[in-house]
Design a protein around this ligand. Sequence first.
Ligand code: NAG
Ligand code: NAG
Length: 409
Amino acid sequence: MGLPSLLHSLVFLWIVASSTFGVGYGQNGTLNLLDFGASGNGVADDTGAFDTAWKTLCSTGQTLHIPAGKTFVVKPLKLEGPCKSSSVVIQIDGNIVGPSTLGEWQNACALKCWLCFMSVNGLVIKGKGVIDGKGSIWWNQKTQSIDALYFNKCGQLQLSGITCRDSPRVHIFLFRSNGAHISNVHVSAPEDSPNTDGIDVSASSQVTIRDSVIGTGDDCVAIKGGASFVNVTHVTCGPGHGFSVGSLGMVPSTADEVHDIYFQNCNCDKTMNCARIKTWMGGSGFAKEIFYNHMTLQQSQNPILIDQHYCNGGHSCTVMAGAVKVSGITFSGFTGSSASEQAITLNCSDSGCPNILLDHVSLTSGIGKPLRSACYKATGKASFTDPPVPCLNSKQNLAPVTAPLPITY
Ligand SMILES: *[C@@H]1O[C@H](CO)[C@@H](O)[C@H](O)[C@H]1NC(C)=O
Ligand SMILES: *[C@@H]1O[C@H](CO)[C@@H](O)[C@H](O)[C@H]1NC(C)=O
């Protein structure tokens, strides 16, 4: 190649490079999804553009902007790191929606998630946009295992501002993601949509979830095996199945261990449960140092519930020996109304739950009938608690459980 043609090639490369990247980068290092060929018209498939934009973002460490006023259709997608930069920002102001036919979800059956973030440290997702899973087509399917926003090994994740709605299953799932911080998010799905948990935390430590509103068909927040040092603060739940620890111990061979969990200043508005710990029979592991402090309730069916005979619908659960060891659970500063007579249920395993503390729990009846509490093998202390919990420490109701009754929560 002679000098003139070499120069010619360089000039050509420069033109290609600047038109490919120059536009996409914008002025302050922001990538715009529209510059990657996305249409944002709510009909065309923008998966390829999103995929390319992610790869560019991950290798350059800039901000990817999903602009307001546009709707991007994205099929299930792996958004994988590790990324070059220590912080990767996605600013979502527009809408991201899932595909509307089951066939287009194919990829998700292998991934088990829709937007699957893996091994991205320092990921920041923020903005006022909406992430809509279009999950209703999944809610009557037998195989329903697709979570909307799934974070696996995403250390120091920051998720804020966005709305996440109508997931096929769990809306936001944290797995092996330490140091995550979730704030000001809004999760919504219909009250009768199955398994549509708001936020699940599993195998993750040092997680905070705060200032958020969750209304859904299952648990608003569920703390699962391997979670520790999780703080859930100023979160409103309703409709939904409440602030749950569990279910734990579903697979007897896997020890589920959960500790140091704080639910504080949270609100349950017409929920099925408010503070709930649920474990399957036959499980192993433990749940300890769990605190529910300053909870307010309006018409909650089960304001306080420990259920160690959990049987998800109660169909074919056999009585099994062994249980996740539940101990050191505090319920304090509860005020509000119960929508059922049995407002407090402490139903432990045959080996018991020691150190259950209730303090300043003041529940009123929302149904005009006196409230009561019930226990099975629960020990600890109740002070300033209404309804009173005389069954705590008592020998009553200590007969072994023979057959579980169907439970419908
Ligand atoms: C969680 O809350 C507890 C109790 O208020 C507090 O001691 C702890 O520092 C908090 N942890 C985080 C990570 O915010
Ligand atoms: C505990 O759960 C078992 C199984 O569902 C049930 O049979 C029993 O009545 C419950 N006990 C209390 C005190 O709620």
